[in-house]
Design a protein around this ligand. Structure first.
Ligand code: ADP
Length: 586
């Protein structure tokens, strides 16, 4: 979707550029012609004040806009009508300059041929020639103003004629001339033996020569170059010179002497710079540099447009490529991160597996050790009992030992099963409403006599009655943890007192069992919570268990959402703490 928006924007930009380039190119083309004349005007400080006589002024007033000027329609580059019937060429530029300078507007009449123009002039239907060769015939009905252009006559023929042609060579040839042109009139007079084919216009004549219907044509050098390049007659060339160079000038019907003098006065005001600009515009125009031609600009336009389109296409392609590379890179990066994560997880799992393996091995070694002790005792006493001669009195003692070891074995096996259940997540604490105050009182009652027998002070330390002791927990497991801690306290306190209590913190209860017993050395404060770990006391204190009690209790506390720790001073006593979250029962 976003690509389309970008493509639309680019197309918009492209069409704007296209319009601008087209406009620019056409402006360049049209401005090229105009600017030369305008520049020439600016360069000269032109004095338009012409001293017309009163008679001339009156004449202008009377005839302005009605003076019929009929140009040769196909005498490029001297004068011609373009595709839009606009009067163009050197003659046209001179006439327009004159119009400005003498303040006259000519009525430009487009006739079909030069012959028609001549005929029109003879019938006084045409008043002015824009640019015509000065000939004796024309002087019969036209007056010429001061001639301002000289057109040199040349012979045009096909390229296959290799030799340079002269007028004499033309006597054996079929030669085209434009009807009533200066060349026509002169050749008829000077070379009557030449076989002439009069044509209506230059193009017709050149076509005849090009197609082999005529051998040569006599026209002016500027005209031939203009038409050969313009019409693309690639098989034609300028094959030779003529002795003729015709003066071209504006001609006025010879019964209008006022206009001749008016034009002459106006013509005198045309500067050399203006004349040069007109000449260069129409004559050197054909020899301009390649980059000044219309073809060049058209080609440039195509190149520019194609380049712009290509540029944008490449831009779009690059953008898409970059996006897809980024996308792929991100995907690869994510994939790499995932792989790294998996790798890390695997390493951790491997470590855990190794650790678990190590622990399992240690655990099994401990189990076998712990089980073996009471088992050996049982087996030993059973063997003794099987012997003959054991006194009846001793039999009872031995049976008592067997019973005690059996109970010890059972306790160990119970504990092992318990810890295995906790480790493998089989024990799921229930979450029921429990009154911790009641639990503590029950525990106190349970151990009250045992403590008394051991000559220990046993104190229950409870918060004020108004303190809420309701929690969401597992009653059975709580009992199990408290029993373990109190029985340990009694076991490891030779004399003194034991305090069982609880405190309420914000969102938890903190249970504690404090004794004034043997205490725990610093280095054992953490490891006593691991299975089978016991403090090495060099038999100074009786070893009563297998070192599983605290491991089970601490794991049960964690399963209920709390933590267990010990604060102790060796030989002075210990306090075991554990917390229990209150949950929503506040
Ligand atoms: P045991 O069955 O050996 O008592 P426990 O896991 O319950 O196993 O305790 C681990 C060790 O921690 C005990 O061997 C003992 O040395 C030490 N211990 C536990 N409770 C106390 C206490 N209240 N005072 C001093 N030492 C204690």
């Amino acid at each position: 979707m976003r690509y389309w928006v970008i493509v639309k924007i680019l197309l918009g930009v492209w069409s704007v550029i296209l319009c601008e380039v087209t406009l620019f190119a056409s402006q360049v083309q049209s401005a090229k012609g105009k600017s030369e004349l305008n520049d020439a005007k600016k360069e000269d400080e032109i004095d338009y004040a012409i001293n017309f006589t009163e008679k001339e002024r009156r004449w202008i007033k009377e005839h302005n806009g009605t003076i019929r000027l009929a140009p040769d329609p196909k005498f490029a580059p001297y004068e011609f009508f373009d595709n839009e019937s606009i009067y163009r060429g050197m003659g046209a530029d001179y006439i327009h300059l004159l119009e400005e300078k003498i303040g006259i507007k000519f009525d430009i009449v487009e006739l079909e041929s030069w012959t028609a123009v001549i005929e029109g002039a003879k019938r006084r239907e045409v008043d002015v020639f824009g640019l015509a060769g000065v000939t004796s015939q024309r002087l019969e009905y036209m007056d010429f103003v001061f001639p301002h252009i000289h057109a040199k006559g040349v012979i045009v023929s096909r390229k296959e004629i290799s030799k340079e042609l002269s007028m004499e060579d033309l006597t054996e040839m079929n030669v085209c001339v434009v009807k009533n042109y200066f060349w026509h009139e002169r050749i008829v007079l000077d070379y009557p033996e030449i076989n002439l084919t009069p044509v209506e216009n230059i193009i017709e004549g050149l076509r005849k020569v090009s197609f082999g219907m005529a051998d040569a044509m006599v026209i002016s050098i500027a005209t031939s170059s203009y038409h050969i390049s313009q019409e693309g007659y690639s098989n034609l060339k300028i094959a030779g010179d003529t002795p003729y160079s015709i003066p071209l000038a504006i001609a006025v019907r010879n019964d209008w002497p006022e206009l001749v003098s008016i034009i002459n006065k106006g013509f005198a005001k045309i500067t050399q710079t203006e004349k040069k600009a007109i000449f260069e515009k129409w004559v050197f125009h054909r020899e301009i540099e390649f980059y000044q031609t219309e073809k060049f600009w058209n080609a440039m336009m195509v190149i520019i447009i194609t380049s712009v389109v290509l540029f944008f296409l490449i831009l779009i392609f690059n953008y898409r490529l970059k996006k897809s590379v980024n996308h792929k890179t991100n995907e690869l990066k994510k994939e790499k991160d995932k792989l790294k994560q998996s790798n890390d997880d695997l390493l951790i799992a491997l470590d855990k597996a190794a650790e678990s393996d190590r622990l399992t091995k240690a655990f099994l070694a401990n189990i076998s050790h712990e089980v073996r002790t009471p088992m050996n005792s049982i087996l030993g006493f059973v063997e003794i009992l099987e012997m003959n001669g054991v006194e009846e009195e001793n039999r009872g003692i031995y049976a008592g030992h067997i019973l005690k070891s059996g109970q010890q074995l059972l306790a160990i096996l119970d504990n092992i099963i318990n810890i295995s259940k906790i480790e493998s997540g089989f024990i799921k604490p229930r979450t029921e409403e429990v009154d911790a105050r009641v639990i503590l009182k029950e525990t106190f009652e349970l151990f009250h006599l045992v403590a008394k027998t051991a000559k220990l002070d046993f104190i229950l330390n409870l918060p004020e009655e108004d303190v809420n002791m309701m929690i969401l927990s597992d009653e059975v497991l709580l009992h199990q943890v408290l029993n373990n801690l109190v029985s340990n306290a009694i076991k490891y306190t030779p004399k003194g007192k034991i305090v069982l209590g609880c405190k309420r913190n914000d969102d938890m209860l903190k249970f504690f069992v404090r004794d004034s017993g043997v205490g725990i050395p610093e280095e054992y404060k953490t490891i006593i919570f691991e299975p089978f770990k016991q403090v090495d006391r060099n038999h100074s204190v009786p070893v009563g268990g297998a070192g599983l009690g605290l491991a089970i209790a601490s794991r049960l506390v964690v399963a209920m959402g709390g933590t267990m720790w010990v604060e102790s001073e060796y030989t002075k006593g210990s306090t075991f703490f554990f917390t229990c979250p209150v949950h929503a029962f506040v």
